[in-house]
Design a protein. Sequence first.
Length: 237
Amino acid sequence: MQWGLHYGNDMTQASNDPVQRLGRLDVCAVSDAMDKLGLSGGVSGLDQRASTRRIAGRVLTMKLVAKDQAPVQTGTPRHLGTTAIEAAQPGDIIVVEQRSGIEAGSWGGILSLAAKVRGVAGVICDGPVRDIDEARQYDFPVYARALTARTARGRVAEAANNGPVSIGEVTVNAGDYAIADASGIVFIRAHDIERLLEAAEAIVAREAAMAKALLAGKPVSQVMGADYEHMLTGGTP
């Protein structure tokens, strides 16, 4: 729950842009809404490696594989990540699958700077990343499975851009939505975003009212009573 924001009537006057609405939430509220709707999309273990800023946005995807398994490139060689960065719109999130088992960076410092200049909101990597000190210097959000100093050159390469990728146990497609903060990451399918936002906004409004009651002196056992325990099991949150 975000203490500094006001929901309820204010939410009806807010922008209907899904990314802006998602950005006003937090991962726990979105995760609760996913539970309420019977959806899956949460991923743990991809830690907040650079910047403490929450990110929320539309997804672009990139899949990396062992170098000898990658499609043969024709024309001028391109470094991994450059296609995704140049295709990104401001506020997009680049999501990378690097589950080859090879310890090699799936993202690096020059890419972080280029993505920040482009206006990319952040990157989420199921795999190792490198140059994390540079990403921290740029205040560019990076979420990743692990850290490494080992280069991708000669080890891994792009297999595809904007195809389906596997992140944790979730299949993520280009055009889906993602939200990430220190608690974890949630991916939302594009066709679920509207009902997910409605459910999450209702949960946050409910929790804001609970916080107000606590600050007014109401006992926590009453505030977190039976209604709260059943908040995700149906009906109005």
